[in-house]
Every structure is written in structure tokens, then in C-alpha cells.
Design a protein around this ligand. Structure first.
Ligand SMILES: *Cc1c(COP(=O)(O)O)cnc(C)c1O
Length: 353
């Protein structure tokens, strides 16, 4: 399939790299492609960024049949632009499609389409330290129809947003609150998909945590409310007795690409690594015995997010005396050095644009 390119008549002013936040500024162009049962995925095109026109009955607005991804493009010191494990994002997006009854797309073609969009928008990839261009591929159900069934038509788009350094003021260990009142996802549900409703379902618990002075919710499993799943929209890791532990994937946990990278790197350093069921009581016991060394989250936005305090009902655990642990720090330094081309890509994770 050939990608049609229509350039914007006028370009927007580029923001100052040092002033960037997250998710508020969008570039001049976007990628669009449509699906219908006769033509399959068709009409791939790069066009000026702009609003989608939708009938008020458009299915995604009513039933949430939509999926998305999040990844970043990085500018190296030499000015090149590169992606970190983008094939994994394409594979995961297709898995999300499968779980939401959305027709699969050609992953290799979509990676080429993303690169074509990035070549048009290359001047939008910021250069200041730890800044990047956030990439949001999205697929939405487009039938104008009221009634619960899978849509017959879809829109696939990719938008781009320059984003600032996550830790502009240095690493801040976050405070997290365990919730037993709410669950994010259940066994047999769509927890392992990046699908719209999962984020809507997390808002109330997030609001309650914020009101109580915490930045993130620690989610327990949806059946017994005892096994640890994720933190906010990040995966979670514990260092206990020098072993790196993360909850095993079970269908309700989102399989993070940063999570997978953390496991691979830690194992390559000779750390003991384990994917297992771990309960909140295990964590509290390990802390009481002085064996809990670190807790941190992992995800594309922050890479590594150290946890300094964990609250579970009446119990509050202080972790690492407000300092960032050595495992979290080494992972952050190593992953970001690969992403920005400062160190050799021994894992084959970098995709040049
Ligand atoms: C995206 C996401 C993650 C992290 O995935 P990465 O591929 O590492 O960015 C973790 N949990 C949830 C719920 C997510 O949506």
C-alpha cells in the first residue's frame, strides 16, 4: 500500500524544548487509515493534523470499542531519530485488537507508516535532555450505530506530541495507596489490552488516592484482592533480599515493554529475577523483616518511577528513606542511555527512523 502525503499549508510554531510538558502540544501532521469489510485496511495517508468528524452515534463513543499504544521517538546527540522496541508496540496493539474484536493490521506496514510520519515531522523531535516525541497510535470503532456488537468500520490514526523531561527536578519517589475498594481489571477481562474503558474504570480510585495525598493507586487482583497487579498505569517491581520480583502476567496485567526490558537487563546483570504471584501481605512482611529494599514502577512515560511510601489501610511503609534505590537508578540510567543512543544497543532494541 502506498501512503499518500498531503502537507499542511502553514506550520505551527515549535515550542521551546525546555518548556515542554506532557500531552498538550500536537504536531502539524497525523497518519490516518480506514477499515471496511470490502477493502480491509485501506487509504493510508499522512495529512494535516485536525479534528475527526464523527456522527454522534459513532460506536466508539457509546461502547468504548477502541485501543491505543504509547511509545516515543528519541533524538540522539548526533541528531538522528530512533525508536525503542516499536515492533513490540505493534504486536501488543494487534493483541489489543484481538481482545476487542477489531480487525488485525499489518505490523510491518504500520511500522513503515509510523517512520514515514516521523520523517515528515522530524523537526518536532525535541533535542533537550530527556525530552522526546510521544507517539499515540489509536484505533476506533466508526459505525454510526446504536446497539452492542463489533463495528464493521474503523479508523486507525497516529498523532505525535513533543514531551518534556519526566524528572525535570530529578527523581521524585512517589507515594502510592493500595485500594481494596476498586479493581482495575479481572481475570478473563481486557486488563492486558490498552483499551479505553480500562482507563475510565481507574479514575474514581485515582481520584480517591489523590484526595488522600497519594500520586498512584496500587491495584490488587480482581478476585481475591490480595495479589499485586500494577501501580497506576505502570507495572510494578520489588527488590526483596536482592531479588527483583514482579507479578507474573495473568491476563489482567498489562504486559509492559518497559517491564520486559527491565527483566531482560536485570537478568543480564546476573540479578536474581522472578515473575511470580506476590501478595500485599508478602510485601508488608518483607518490609517488617527489613528485607524489602526497593519498590518501583515501569512504563514508557517515566521509564522507572521509584516508590517512597506505600499505604495499605492503617499500615504505611516507608521505603528506602526517600532515596532512589540502586537497582531503580541503574535501570533508569541504562534504559535511557540506550534510548538516546548514548550507549551501545546490545539487546537489539533500537530501530532507526
Ligand atoms: C501502557 C501501560 C503500562 C506500561 O507499558 P509500557 O509498554 O512499559 O509503556 C503498564 N500498565 C498499564 C495499565 C498501561 O496502560
Amino acid at each position: 500500500m502506498d501512503i499518500t502525503i498531503t502537507k499542511a499549508a502553514a506550520l505551527k510554531p515549535k515550542p521551546d524544548d525546555s518548556m515542554l510538558g506532557f500531552g498538550t502540544i500536537f504536531t502539524d501532521h497525523m497518519f490516518n487509515m480506514d477499515y471496511d469489510p470490502e477493502r480491509g485496511w485501506h487509504n493510508p495517508r499522512i495529512e494535516p493534523y485536525g479534528p475527526l468528524e464523527m456522527d454522534p452515534s459513532t460506536m466508539v463513543l457509546h461502547y468504548g470499542q477502541g485501543v491505543f499504544e504509547g511509545l516515543k521517538a528519541y533524538r540522539t546527540a548526533g541528531g538522528d531519530i530512533q525508536l525503542f522496541r516499536p515492533r513490540e508496540n505493534m504486536r501488543r496493539l494487534n493483541n489489543s485488537c484481538r481482545l476487542l474484536c477489531i480487525p488485525a493490521f499489518d505490523e510491518a506496514f504500520m511500522l513503515e507508516a509510523l517512520k514515514a510520519l516521523l520523517r515528515v515531522e522530524r523537526d518536532w523531535v525535541p533535542a533537550a535532555a530527556e525530552t522526546s516525541l510521544y507517539i499515540r497510535p489509536t484505533i476506533l470503532a466508526m459505525d454510526p450505530f446504536l446497539g452492542v456488537r463489533a463495528s464493521h468500520t474503523y479508523r486507525f490514526f497516529i498523532i505525535l506530541s513533543p514531551v518534556g523531561a519526566y524528572y525535570a527536578e530529578g527523581f521524585n519517589p512517589v507515594k502510592i495507596m493500595v485500594t481494596k475498594e476498586h479493581v482495575r481489571a479481572v481475570r478473563g477481562g481486557v486488563g492486558e489490552a490498552k483499551t479505553l474503558g480500562n482507563y475510565a474504570a481507574s479514575l474514581l480510585a485515582g481520584d480517591k488516592a489523590h484526595q488522600a495525598g497519594y500520586t498512584q493507586v496500587l491495584w490488587l487482583d480482581g478476585v481475591e484482592q490480595k495479589y499485586i497487579e500494577e501501580v497506576g498505569s505502570m507495572n510494578i517491581f520489588f527488590v526483596i533480599d536482592d531479588e527483583l520480583i514482579t507479578p507474573a502476567l495473568n491476563g489482567s496485567i498489562l504486559p509492559g515493554i518497559t517491564r520486559d526490558s527491565v527483566l531482560a537487563l536485570a537478568a543480564s546483570w546476573g540479578l536474581r529475577v522472578s515473575e511470580q504471584q506476590i501478595t500485599i501481605d508478602d510485601v508488608i512482611r518483607a518490609h517488617a523483616a527489613g528485607r524489602l529494599q526497593e519498590i518501583f514502577g515501569s512504563g514508557t512515560a517515566a521509564v522507572i518511577s521509584p516508590v517512597g511510601e506505600l499505604c495499605f489501610g492503617e499500615t504505611t511503609l516507608q521505603i528506602g528513606e526517600g532515596r532512589v534505590g540502586p537497582v531503580a537508578q541503574k535501570l533508569f540510567n541504562t534504559i535511557t542511555a540506550v534510548q538516546y543512543g548514548k550507549s551501545e544497543d546490545t539487546m537489539g532494541w533500537i530501530e532507526p527512523v
